[in-house]
Write a protein that binds this ligand. Structure first.
Ligand code: C2E
Ligand code: MG
Ligand code: MG
Length: 818
C-alpha cells in the first residue's frame, strides 16, 4: 500500500512539474545522480531487496523536495539556472542518505540525529528560498500566500521528521497540493491578468493597426488604427466578413499614410498587422529625389566635377570633367596634377580633410599636357564610414588671360614692352629674405637733346633699341621707369654680401659692355649707370632714393656708380652747402667786386663786375662756389643780385661808360632771362648801352632757340655782347660769324705769354680780326707796363688787368674813380 502511494505521489509530482519542465528535470537529476552514486558505491557489497530499494527511493524523493523548492524559488525570482549551486545544495542530503542506508542500514525516518539535521538544513534552504520569493516581481499578495504555503509545508515536514512520522507519500501529496495552489490559483490568476492587460493595452494604444479574424475571415476584434485603415467603425465591421484581401508584405496607402501588412496565421484564424511605414516611405522617397537630384547635378553641372579618395584617386567624374581635361572615359583618366604641383596637391588634400572644404586657385593638366588654370572648390563627405572628396574645377584660363592683359596694361610699358615702375615696386615688396638684391638705374645720356633735335619718333626708336639690347643682355627684370630711365632689378644675387657685390659688379660691367657702341642711325648713345645693393627689409623708397643718387652721381662724374655711404656723405655736404648758399642769397651775401677797364693812359672808362661771396667778412672767390651755383640753378638768383648792384653803381656815378657783367649759359636757357634784366635796368633808369653781357664759349654746347631769342632781344634792346675768354675755345671764330658780338675779351693766356713771338703774332691777328668785324677787343690779365706797351703798339685801346687794379669792392672802386 505504501509503495503504491509512493508511485502515485511520484506520478502526481511529475504531472505537476510537467508544466514547468525544468523543475522535474532538476528533481529527476538529483534522484538519478544519487542512485547512480549509490549503485556504484554498493555494487560489490550489498544486494537490495525491492522493499529496501523503495526505502532508499522514499528517502531520496523526500530529501529531493527541498532542493526542488529552492530551484522553484530561484526560477520564480527569475535567476539564471545554476546547476552547480543546486547540486551542491543537494550533496549534504545525499551523504545523509548514504550514511543512514548503507552504513547504518537505516531509513532516515528511523534516525533521530539525521532527522534533526535534515530539519535544520531544510530551514536554511527555505529561508534562502524566501529571499528569492521576496525579490520576485509579482503582486505582494501572491508573495505572502506563497510564503504561508511554504511555511506550512515546512512546518509539516519538520513535525513529521522530528516525530519520526516522516511519511513521504503524505509530504509529496501536500507538496503537490501546495504547488497546485501556487501555480493555478495564485500565480496563474495574477499573471493572466497582467498579460491580458498588457495585450489589451498594446493592441489599443499601438499606432499600428491590428485586425483579428477567424478562419473564415470574420472580424473578431480590431483596434482604432485598424478601423481608420479599413475606413469602418467598430460596429460596422465586427463579426462581419473582412472584404479586403490583404496579403503578407503588401504596402497600402490610406489617408496619406503608408502601411506594410503582415499576416500572422494561427490555428483558429489570422491576425492582420498594419505597420505604419509612412516615415520610412517618405524618407526613401526623399532619398530617391535626392539621388535623382544629385545625379542630375553631378552630370549636368557645367563645371568639371570629380569624386576623389583621400589618396587622390579619381573614382567618378562628370562629362564636363572628361571634356575639359580631354578624356573620353573615366577609366582613362591619368593624374591631372602637374608634376611640379604634386606636393601642393598633397597639402591641399590634407587641408580639405582637416577643414572640411577648401577654395583654391591652381593649375591642372589635360590629357594632352596642356596646363589649365582652375579654381578648385573641394569638400569632403562620408559614406558608410568612408571619406570622399568632391572637387569642382572651374576653368579660369580666360579670367587669368584677362587679368594678365590687365596687369600687362598696368605693369608693362607699351612702347618698349618692358615692365614699368609699378611692377618693379610690386617685385620690390615681395623680395626673398636673406638674399642681397640690386637695383640698377640706366639713363641715356643727353636723351632730352636727342629727342628735341631728332624728334620723338627717333627718340622712341632709341628707347626700343636700348630696351631690346637690355633684354638680350640680361634675364633680370627690366623696366622703363621714366622717359629715358631703365631700371633693372637683379633679385637674389647672393646671401653673402661680398659675393653679391662682386656678382653685381660683373652684371653691371656686362650690361655696360652690351650698351657700348649702340648706334641709332648716326647717333651713338652713351649711358649713365647707378646701382645699389640691398636686402628685402630696407624701405623701398630708400632703395629707390639711393639708386637714384648713384645715378645722378654717375651723371656728374660720368662713370658707373655703386651707392656707398661716402656718396651719401658727399651729397649730404652738398645739400648743406646748398642750404647755406640759399641763405646767403637771401642775405645778399653775393656781391660784385669791380675790376677797372682802362685806356693806355690809365683812365678808367669801365669795369667788369666779378661775383664774390662775402661771408662773415671773408671774401670767397667764384671758383669755390660758381660751379655749385650753376649746378643747382641758384646762379640765376645770384646773378640778378649782381646785376642789380651793377645798376646801382651806374646810377651812382657818371664816370663809367660801361660795366661788363658775366652771364652763365644756364641763365640764357631761361626764356624770361632778358625780360628780367630789362626790368632791373628800367628800375634803376640805366641805359642798356652801358651794359656789356659777357658770354663764355662753353655756352654754345647748348646753343638753342631760347638762347638765340634771349641774345637777339638783348642785342635789339641795346645791350652790348662780349665773347669772353676769346681764343681758348675750339671754334671761337665760328661764333663770331653767327652771333653779333660787339666786343671780344682776349684770354689772359695770350697776355701772360706775350714774349713768345707766336703769341704776339696771334694777338696781332686777333686784333685785325676784331677790326675787320668792327668789334672792340679788350685784352685781359694785363699785369705790367711792358705788356701794356706791346698791346698799345698792336693797336688795342682798352685794357683789363691787375696793372690797372684788382677786382675790388664797390666803395673802393668808387673812390679810385674820383
Ligand atoms: P672772367 O670773366 O674771365 O674774369 C676775369 C678773371 O680774371 C677774374 O677772376 C679776375 O680776377 C681775373 N684777372 C683779371 N686780371 C687779372 C690779372 O692781371 N692777373 C690774373 N692772374 N687774373 C686776373 P675771377 O674774379 O676769379 O673770376 C673768374 C671767372 O668767374 C670769371 O672769368 C667769370 O668767368 C666768372 N665770373 C665772375 N663773376 C661772375 C658772375 O657774376 N657771373 C658769372 N656767370 N660768372 C662770373
Ligand atoms: Mg668775364
Ligand atoms: Mg675772361
Amino acid at each position: 500500500m505504501e509503495d503504491f502511494l509512493i508511485i502515485l505521489s511520484l506520478v502526481s509530482l511529475i504531472y505537476l512539474f510537467e508544466r514547468k519542465l525544468y523543475k522535474i528535470s532538476s528533481a529527476l537529476i538529483h534522484i538519478f545522480f544519487s542512485l547512480l552514486f549509490l549503485s556504484i558505491f554498493e555494487f560489490f557489497k550489498i544486494k537490495y531487496s525491492l522493499s529496501e530499494f523503495f526505502c532508499i527511493m522514499q528517502d531520496l524523493i523526500g530529501v529531493s523536495l527541498i532542493p526542488a523548492i529552492f530551484s522553484f524559488s530561484e526560477d520564480f525570482y527569475g535567476k539564471k539556472k545554476n546547476y552547480k549551486k543546486r547540486f551542491l545544495i543537494s550533496l549534504p542530503l545525499f551523504f545523509l542518505i548514504v550514511i543512514n542506508n548503507i552504513i547504518f542500514h537505516k531509513q532516515l525516518v528511523n534516525s533521530k540525529p539525521s532527522n534533526f539535521f535534515l530539519v535544520f538544513y531544510a530551514l536554511i534552504i527555505i529561508i534562502l528560498s524566501f529571499k528569492n520569493i521576496f525579490k520576485a516581481n509579482v503582486e505582494k499578495k501572491v508573495k505572502i500566500n506563497i510564503l504561508i504555503i511554504f511555511l506550512s509545508l515546512f512546518g509539516y515536514y519538520a513535525y513529521s521528521t522530528i516525530t519520526n512520522n516522516f511519511n513521504i507519500p503524505i509530504i509529496l501529496l501536500l507538496t503537490l497540493i501546495s504547488f497546485i495552489i501556487i501555480e493555478f490559483i495564485l500565480l496563474r490568476k495574477s499573471w493572466i491578468k497582467v498579460l491580458e492587460d498588457a495585450k489589451e493595452n498594446l493592441i489599443l494604444n499601438i499606432s499600428d493597426g491590428i485586425i483579428l479574424v477567424d478562419k473564415n475571415n470574420y472580424v473578431l476584434d480590431l483596434n482604432k488604427p485598424a478601423q481608420k485603415i479599413i475606413g469602418k467603425e467598430f460596429n460596422q465591421i465586427i463579426n462581419r466578413k473582412l472584404e479586403d484581401n490583404f496579403k503578407n508584405g503588401q504596402i497600402i496607402e490610406k489617408n496619406g499614410k503608408y502601411y506594410s501588412i503582415e499576416v500572422i496565421d494561427f490555428e483558429k484564424g489570422s491576425i492582420y498587422y498594419f505597420r505604419d511605414v509612412t516615415k520610412e516611405m517618405k524618407y526613401s522617397k526623399r532619398q530617391e529625389i535626392a539621388n535623382i537630384l544629385f545625379h542630375n547635378l553631378f552630370n549636368n553641372i557645367p563645371d568639371p566635377l570629380a569624386l576623389v579618395t583621400p589618396s587622390g584617386k579619381i573614382v567618378d567624374c562628370n562629362s564636363a570633367f572628361t571634356k575639359t581635361f580631354g578624356y573620353k572615359k573615366l577609366e582613362n583618366i591619368e593624374n591631372i596634377v602637374p608634376d611640379y604641383l604634386k606636393e601642393e596637391s598633397k597639402i591641399l588634400i590634407l587641408q580639405i580633410l582637416k577643414k572640411g572644404h577648401v577654395s583654391y586657385e591652381t593649375v591642372r593638366k589635360s590629357k594632352s599636357g596642356k596646363n589649365i588654370f582652375v579654381r578648385i572648390y573641394a569638400s569632403k563627405f562620408e559614406i558608410e564610414n568612408q571619406t570622399f572628396i568632391y572637387i569642382i574645377y572651374s576653368d579660369i584660363s580666360k579670367e587669368k588671360k584677362l587679368s594678365q592683359q590687365i596687369s600687362n596694361l598696368i605693369e608693362k610699358d607699351p612702347l618698349t614692352k618692358t615692365f614699368n615702375k609699378v611692377y618693379i615696386i610690386k617685385r620690390l615688396k615681395n623680395l626673398k629674405p636673406l638674399f642681397y638684391h640690386s637695383l640698377i638705374f640706366i639713363d641715356i645720356k643727353d636723351f632730352q637733346r636727342i629727342n628735341s633735335l631728332k624728334g620723338n619718333v627717333f627718340g622712341d626708336k632709341v628707347l626700343k633699341i636700348v630696351a631690346n639690347k637690355l633684354k638680350e643682355c640680361t634675364n633680370y627684370i627690366i623696366s622703363r621707369a621714366h622717359a629715358d630711365e631703365f631700371w633693372i632689378l637683379a633679385e637674389e644675387l647672393d646671401i653673402d654680401v661680398k659675393k653679391a657685390y662682386s656678382k653685381n659688379k660683373e652684371l653691371i660691367l656686362h650690361i655696360d659692355n652690351c650698351l657700348k657702341n649702340i648706334k641709332v642711325d648716326d647717333t651713338s648713345l652713351k649711358f649713365h649707370i647707378g646701382t645699389y645693393i640691398f636686402k628685402n627689409d630696407e624701405n623701398i623708397d630708400e632703395v629707390i632714393r639711393k639708386t637714384s643718387l648713384s645715378l645722378s652721381r654717375s651723371k656728374d662724374e660720368d662713370k658707373i656708380i655703386t651707392y656707398s655711404k661716402e656718396i651719401e656723405d658727399e651729397i649730404r655736404k652738398e645739400l648743406e652747402k646748398e642750404i647755406q648758399i640759399k641763405k646767403a642769397i637771401e642775405k645778399g651775401e653775393f656781391i660784385p667786386f669791380f675790376q677797372p677797364i682802362a685806356t693806355h693812359n690809365m683812365e678808367i672808362v669801365g669795369a667788369e663786375a666779378l661775383i664774390r661771396w662775402v661771408k662773415d667778412g671773408k671774401v670767397i672767390p667764384p671758383f669755390e662756389f660758381l660751379d655749385f651755383l650753376e649746378k643747382t640753378g641758384l646762379i640765376e638768383q645770384a646773378s640778378k643780385q649782381i646785376f642789380e648792384n651793377v645798376c646801382k653803381l651806374l646810377s651812382k656815378t657818371k664816370k663809367l661808360k660801361f660795366v661788363d657783367v658775366n652771364i652763365s649759359p644756364i641763365q640764357l636757357k631761361n626764356t624770361n632771362f632778358s625780360k628780367d634784366y630789362l626790368k632791373i635796368l628800367e628800375k634803376y633808369n640805366i641805359q642798356s648801352s652801358q651794359i656789356t653781357i659777357e658770354i663764355t664759349e662753353n655756352l654754345f654746347i647748348d646753343y638753342n632757340d631760347i638762347v638765340r631769342e634771349n641774345l637777339n632781344l638783348l642785342k635789339s634792346e641795346g645791350f652790348k655782347l662780349c665773347l669772353d675768354d676769346f681764343g681758348t675755345g675750339y671754334s671761337s671764330l665760328n661764333y663770331l660769324r653767327n652771333i653779333p658780338f660787339d666786343i671780344i675779351k682776349i684770354d689772359r693766356e695770350f697776355i701772360s705769354n706775350i714774349d713768345d713771338e707766336k703769341n704776339l703774332n696771334l694777338l696781332k691777328a686777333i686784333y685785325s680780326i676784331a677790326e675787320s668785324f668792327k668789334m672792340g677787343a679788350i685784352p685781359e690779365g694785363v699785369e705790367n707796363e711792358k705788356q701794356l706797351e706791346i698791346l698799345t703798339v698792336i693797336g688795342f685801346r682798352l685794357f683789363q688787368g691787375y696793372y690797372f687794379g684788382k677786382p675790388m669792392p664797390e666803395s673802393e672802386f668808387l673812390s679810385i674813380l674820383s
